[in-house]
Every structure is written in C-alpha cells, then in structure tokens.
Ligand binder design. Structure first.
Ligand code: GLA
Length: 413
C-alpha cells in the first residue's frame, strides 16, 4: 500500500500537477480581451468637478447623457474620478464617502446600468490617490473584488504616491486582480506617459495616458510649480511617434475632453476633431446638465465621431505643415480617408490641396490614398451639403483655430 502511494505521488509530481495548494500561484497579468475595440466613449467628473463629486451629481449627469442624445451618439461610460472614497474598514475593504454617496456604489451602478450606461471608477497604484484618498497599494485584489461586486465596468488607475513602485509591475498587479475578480473591466492606465506605457501595456490595459493633465485652453501651458498641465495643442504635439502602438483594444490616451468648459466653439471643434483624428478615447469633461447647443452639437456630431470610432482603429498622423496650417490624415475601413486641415494661426488662412498631385502611403498601415487611380467622394463633416470629388483641387478659407474635416470615400464605379 505504501509502495502504491509512493508511486502515485511520484506520477503526480512527474506531471507537474501540484498537490494541496492548487495552482493559485499562477497569475494572469493580462487585461480582459474584447473590450474597447474602438476608443472608449463617455464622461468623467475630473475636468469640471475635481473633488466635488456625489451620487446626486452622477445620477443627474447620467440622465443628461441620455436626454442630450450623447448616449445614442456612443457615449456610455460615466466615470467617477478622484475623491469618491471614504475609509477602509477593519478588514481593509474600501467604502465610498458616506455623505457623498449615501446609497452606496452598487445602487449607483444599478441606476447607471438601468439607463443603458456603464460605471467607471478611479483608484491609484500608490498608497494615496492624487487627491489624498486611499490608494490601492497592498489592497489590489480586495479592491478589484469590491469593484466587481459593485458592478463597475471601467477603472482609471492613477500613479500618485507610488514610492518605490515600478509602473509595469504595478499595472500588472491590478490587471491580475481585475482578472481574478471575474468581471470584464476596462483598465485605463494613468501614469502620464512617464514610463512609456505604449511599449509595455498592450496586453495589460486598454488605454494609457500619454501625457500629463490637459488644461482648459487651446494653446497654453499652465505651470503649477512642480508640474505642468498642457493645452490642447501642446498635448497634440506630444502624440508624435506613438501612433504605431495604438489599435483595437489598446489606445493612446491624450486625456479627457475640455469641450464645453469655456473654449470658443471654433477651438472646441478643432479640439474634438483632432481627438477623433488620433483615435483618442472621447471622454467628455463638461457639465452635461447645462450644455449650450453649440457644445452639444460638437459632442454629438455623429459624422465626426465615426472617424474616431472607425473599426480599423488606425491613429491618424500629421502629413504636412505649411504656414501653421497642418494637414492630418487617418485611413479608414473600406478604403476611405479622413483629412483634417487644422489652422493653428490667430488669423484665417486659405488652404488648398490638389488630390491629383500626390500618391500618399501611410507608413504604419501601408494604406494608400491615390486620387490619380481612384476618385473619392468628399464629404465635409461639420457641414451639410453636396459631396465634392477629388477630381478637383480643394480650396477653403479656414478661420483662426478651426478645422475643416473631410471624409474621402472611394466613389462607386
Ligand atoms: C491625476 C490625473 C487626473 C485626475 C487627477 C485626480 O492628476 O492625471 O486625470 O485623475 O489625478 O486627482
């Protein structure tokens, strides 16, 4: 009998099956596949409300997302950023601030889900969030379980107070924790591009911030002393050289939108258009309860959103610059192209482009825009009117800090 037992144990050991412990030590550090196949769309509390978040606000924002037509235009995530937190209990479980979220997160998630929306939440890889609330360091698996239990669908995971941590390892830990918790949750990596997450995060997160925080201006830098935040144009500049890392399920994140937070409509339109050209997540950051018609028209322009959400998922690029007027291109599914002329000047500029003159090959996707061999129908995406064609050169006066955004589709023969 003893001999038989020895043989059985020997055989088990030989197959590599561990006895007693199971194989719980095998971690799966990868994100949920099949999420964010196009850049995520939604709303986040930070840009407008900073730490002033509570359940009443979040419910009203969810209502407004629906009544404004934004949900139907594709915005689904309602993301609560920093400062929702209360304390950890004696077992280490995190609870929302009781005064701000008296009904609890599960009830809020239920409400949001009942509207056909999804709930996003925020934490931090360090001991405290940037706003000084409890971070997830040392509590990753517990927090992931809690979020899953509440019905959270999206986690923005920040990088303040991370002394001694290494980013790739820390984000792998939270990815493993989310996987283990068993609920598909989008992981938004927010370490401001410091450790070049585009080089390591493809299988860990669904999007990663490429820069520090956006500032609510078109063309400025805000110096906070120890750190800076960046205007729309400054953030755009910082996307250079990153486009080959983006694609379905893994996106460069140039930070959330400032549309509706005070920029004039031409600047808001240019900001929104450029975020669509670079396949950025479209996370609105304004007060949806009091939007004017201009803001709503920008955020819900379906033709423009379709450029961002194109299923090919190729991030656009700056093709040429002349006189501070930039020509950006983005190849689309089905042989089409988005073409955006961005006038960064303080005055109007005329742009002209002769489609017949050059055959353009995108070095990343290898797709070709060839108006010599193909005639494309041209639609102006911010205007209504008859389509034009690439048979004739394009000419237009672009107002200061504005765009002309075109969609070229191969005309049917
Ligand atoms: C960091 C992030 C911001 C926001 C704040 C919250 O600065 O980059 O997007 O989440 O923290 O404190």
């Amino acid at each position: 009998m003893k001999k038989l037992l020895t043989i059985i144990l020997f055989v088990i050991a030989g197959t590599g099956i561990s006895v007693g412990q199971g194989n719980n030590y095998v971690q799966d550090y990868t994100k949920y596949q099949g999420l964010a196949l196009t850049p995520p769309m939604g709303w986040n509390s930070w840009n407008k409300f900073a730490c002033n978040v509570d359940e009443e606000l979040i419910r009203k924002i969810a209502d407004a997302l629906v009544s404004s037509g934004m949900r139907d235009a594709g915005y689904v995530y309602i993301n609560i950023d920093d400062c929702w937190h209360g304390d950890r209990d004696s077992l280490g479980f995190i609870h929302p601030d009781k005064k701000r979220f008296p009904s609890g997160m599960k009830a809020l998630a239920d409400y949001i889900h009942s509207k056909g929306l999804k709930l996003g939440i925020y934490s931090d890889a360090g001991s405290q969030t940037c706003g000084g609330r409890p971070g997830s360091r040392g509590y990753e698996f517990q927090d992931a379980q809690t979020y899953a239990k509440w019905g959270v669908d999206y986690l923005k995971y920040d990088w303040c107070n991370t002394e001694g941590l290494q980013a790739e390892g820390a984000y792998k830990t939270i990815a493993a924790a989310l996987k283990k918790a068993g609920r598909p949750i989008v992981l938004s990596i927010c370490e401001w591009g410091s450790s070049k997450p585009w080089t390591w995060a493809k299988n860990i997160g669904h999007l990663w911030r490429t820069t520090g925080d956006i500032y609510n201006c078109f063309d400025c830098i805000e110096d906070h002393g120890t750190w800076k935040s960046w205007g729309v144009m400054q953030i755009l500049e910082k996307q250079d050289g990153l486009r080959q890392y983006a694609g379905p399920g893994h996106w460069n994140d140039p930070d959330m939108l400032e549309v509706g937070n005070g920029m004039p409509v031409n600047e808001a339109r240019a900001h929104f258009s450029m975020w669509c050209m670079i396949a950025a997540p479209l996370i609105a950051g304004n007060d949806l309860r009091n939007m004017n018609e201009e803001t709503k028209a920008v955020l819900t322009r379906r033709e423009v959103i379709a450029i961002d959400q194109d299923s090919l998922g190729v991030q656009g690029y700056r093709y040429s610059v002349k006189d501070s007027v930039e020509t950006w291109l983005k190849p689309l599914k089905g042989g089409g192209w988005a073409v955006c002329f961005l006038n960064r000047n303080a005055s109007a500029k005329e742009v002209s482009f002769d489609w017949q003159k050059e055959v353009i090959t995108d070095s990343v996707s290898k797709l070709v825009l060839n108006a010599k061999s193909t005639t494309y129908a041209i639609t102006d995406l911010w205007k209504t009117g008859k389509p034009a064609s690439t048979k004739k050169p394009f000419k237009r006066l672009i107002p200061s800090r504005d765009v002309v955004l075109l969609r070229l589709m191969p005309a049917k023969k």
